[in-house]
Design a protein around this ligand. Structure first.
Ligand code: ADP
Ligand code: ZN
Length: 718
């Protein structure tokens, strides 16, 4: 009989998840190991779970060996377990996100270089002398030496054999350490907030801090102090940004403050750069990473603080694959690691504000703009009274204000959160509308590119000259405005002004966008027409007037977060006016000047908005008072999708602690050719929602073309 082998659990980074192997030696959790799987060898991580004792000893395959000097710490393993449980995703899928640049597990082969040993050859030929001269200044790689000396491979090999030159591994250039000597003169409010943050970072304990302050109040300066405290303690820092477009600004400021170039982690970086950064982070060589949400899964060796900038931004929610909210999971990671997390925003999410008000988070407030520039004056333009001419979108009062602004040599911004030329195209004769063939959505005209585009699936077609339905010529009409159409109107009204559109459709990607933003900042543009892209982050010193073309857009779409989103967006975009000079102004074109959101904007009364919205959430049993989860069922056939959703509804758990609403056809009822239904689950905070849902969903197996996605804490209700 074979002796009972030592057993170990290994988590594989895919669906198979946890498997039990035989361990030739004791293997601590967190070790990265190579294990056999079928006929291949794969990478896995020794996990904390007890191994399966029931598998026959003879059938157990042995761990092949340790695969990396890098190990995954306790905190990271706990984090993986939590995210998997919380998002109802197999653990292997979460581990895969951690190991995604897993090539970084193996130390890259060091670059080899040749150096002089000091030994003398039997004689110095001219070629050998050339080699000696080339190496006089220091070691060179073989190719560089051949180029510099002109010596043949045979000469170099000969000198190596004779021991005159020797090969050695070139030391990897160390990353420079952060320079902590620079400290800005903080205002009293900033100094108070910074002192508090520094103390929490130094104490190395978990705490969620909501850092709230109007745009330009110095939140960034203040969270830099938390980062400085982490650096001073020899720990690493992570800054999560909602959008790649915002990272260059923060990295530039970090570089000037700390004298180092932070590691950037996002989808624009090359795979090689990611592998190198992944490894540097794991080895503790990289002190700071600025990144998009997936940076949260990096294997930091010793993380000291996490900052989530613009914490309210919905881009932190990943909506496909593993559905998770990076802000919420950042809090989980901080808790697992026993470190603080700083949530920074001028307009915190209502959830975060309520959590702060209830004492779950510590709230630090910076009440005023740095440099004594006051907030812009916000006014409403009542479109019911001051309507623009038919077929136009700029009302007379806005027109007058823009003209005055331009006369003073200042910039004006039109804000409209709609890409393209027109959101809908119809035939004036037969009423034909252009819809996406794959989605229940109209095609958006992009006139610059001459295309009709679906913003949900990316389908594109050319804009035809005749109506495909009635063959009418010149009968197709754009309905409603997009930024391109507004630009056309602005050019017509102010032909001498330099006008530009800023939206994510800008040809040339993030580079072109950077250039365009630079031109605006330098005052080379008079009128900017922009989508939400311009709402964030940038400072345009000469921008004094912001006109919101449709302040009601988004208020009436029935989404529980509609009011919050609109308030945040309006606050952000109006806050672009008068950042540097006094006298900033914002005009909101609206049909509902009495709406609470518009009223809060006009009075500059953010607290009124949060009070009102807190009440709505409490009375509506909405987050954070209750928890929500969505189940989205889709299939290529409507009846199939509906059948599965209805079966779920029939087996839904009943009781005081869960409530299941639906199924209802999703507002976006067809997406990429799949019919969609939604169910919404609501439960009190203390309910073990995921456990109840797991038991429920297991009863209705997924068959045929049905796909089922679970979205815990949904942000989007489409
Ligand atoms: P926020 O992140 O709240 O929008 P920032 O930190 O970006 O604010 O500050 C706005 C501007 O004011 C920045 O240009 C910043 O460098 C400057 N600033 C803020 N506080 C100070 C300070 N104490 N000393 C010097 N400049 C400051
Ligand atoms: Zn589509």
């Amino acid at each position: 009989m074979t002796p009972e082998p030592r057993r170990v659990s290994v988590l594989l980074p895919h669906q198979l998840g946890l498997l039990t192997y035989a361990a030739p030696e004791a293997l601590a959790p967190g070790l990265v190991v190579t294990v056999p799987l079928g006929r291949r060898d794969v990478i896995g991580v020794v996990w904390d779970d007890a191994p399966d004792p029931t598998i026959d000893a003879e059938r157990l395959k042995p761990v092949r060996g340790v695969a990396s000097a890098i190990t995954l710490g306790d905190d990271l393993r706990r984090f993986v377990d939590f995210v998997a449980r919380y998002t109802m995703t197999p653990r292997g899928a979460i581990l895969k996100m951690v190991l995604r640049s897993g090539e970084g597990l193996v130390e890259p082969k060091p670059q080899m270089a040749l150096r002089l040993t000091g030994a003398e050859p039997d004689r110095w030929t001219p070629a050998r002398l050339a080699v000696r001269d080339a190496l006089a200044a220091g070691p060179l790689a073989r190719k560089a030496l051949a180029d510099a000396s002109g010596a043949s491979a045979a000469v170099i090999t000969g000198l190596m054999k004779a021991g005159v030159i020797a090969e050695e591994a070139m030391a990897r250039e160390a990353l420079p350490a952060p320079d902590l000597s620079k400290r800005p003169d903080l205002t009293a409010d900033q100094a108070d907030a910074s002192a508090r943050l520094r103390a929490i970072v130094e104490a190395k304990r978990f705490e969620t801090v909501l850092l709230e302050g109007v745009t330009g109040s110095g939140k960034t300066e203040v969270f830099f102090e938390a980062i400085a405290a982490a650096f001073a303690a020899g720990r690493q820092a992570l800054v999560l940004m909602p959008e790649i477009a915002l990272t260059p600004m923060v990295t530039a400021r970090l570089a000037s403050r700390f004298g180092i170039v932070p590691g950037e982690w996002h989808s624009d970086r090359t795979p090689a750069a990611r592998v190198a950064l992944w490894r540097d982070v794991a080895m503790g060589r990289e002190p700071i990473v600025v990144g998009a949400r997936s940076a949260l899964f990096l294997p930091f060796a010793d993380l000291g603080v996490i900052v989530v900038d613009e914490e309210h931004d919905q881009s932190f929610k990943q909506e496909d694959g593993v559905i998770y909210h990076a802000r919420d999971m950042a809090i989980v990671r901080a808790q697992a690691a026993g470190i603080p997390v700083v949530l920074a925003s001028a307009t915190p999410s209502v959830e975060s504000r309520i959590n702060a008000d209830r004492g779950r988070y510590e709230r630090l407030v910076l009440p005023s703009r740095y440099g004594a520039v006051s907030m812009p004056h916000v006014e409403a333009v009542d479109l019911r009274r001051d309507a623009p001419p038919k077929g136009e979108w700029i009302s007379p009062p806005v027109r007058a204000a823009v003209s005055e602004t331009l006369e003073r040599g200042e910039q004006a911004l039109f804000f409209l959160n709609r890409r393209g030329y027109a959101p809908l195209t119809v035939c004036r004769r037969c009423g034909h509308r252009f819809h996406c063939p794959n989605c229940a959505a109209s095609l958006v005209e992009h006139r610059l590119r001459g295309r009709l585009v679906c913003h949900h699936c990316g389908h594109e077609e050319g804009r035809p000259r005749v109506c495909p339905s009635c063959q009418g010529e010149d009968t197709l009409a754009p309905c409603g405005p997009g930024v391109e159409r507004l630009e056309e109107e602005a050019r017509m009204l102010w032909p001498k002004a330099r006008t530009t559109v800023l939206s994510s459709d800008l040809a040339g990607g993030s580079k072109a966008l950077g250039a365009a933003l630079g031109a605006v900042a330098r005052g080379e543009v008079d009128i900017i027409v922009g989508t939400q892209l311009v709402a964030k982050g940038y400072t345009f010193p000469n921008l004094q007037l912001v006109a919101v073309v449709d302040a009601d857009l988004g208020l009436e779409n029935g989404d529980p977060r509609a009011a919050e989103r609109t308030f945040q967006l309006l606050t952000q975009v109006t806050g672009r006016a008068g950042r540097v000079h006094e006298g900033g102004r914002a005009l909101l074109q609206t049909h509902a000047p009495d709406h609470p959101v518009i009223q809060a904007m006009l009075r500059g009364d953010q607290e009124a908005f949060y009070r009102e919205e807190t009440e709505v959430r409490r009375q509506g049993a909405l987050p954070p008072y209750h928890r929500l989860a969505a189940v989205i069922v889709s299939a290529t056939d409507r009846a199939e999708a509906h059948g599965h959703a209805a079966a779920l509804a029939r087996t839904a758990p009943h009781g005081p602690d869960v409530e299941i609403l639906g199924p209802a056809e999703a507002p976006l009822s067809i997406l990429r050719g799949r019919f969609r239904y939604r169910l919404l689950v609501r439960a009190p905070r203390a309910t073990p929602l995921q456990d109840i849902m797991a038991a429920w969903l297991a009863e209705v197996p997924v068959r045929g073309t049905v796909r089922r996605a679970v979205d815990i804490d949904p942000q989007s209700f489409l």
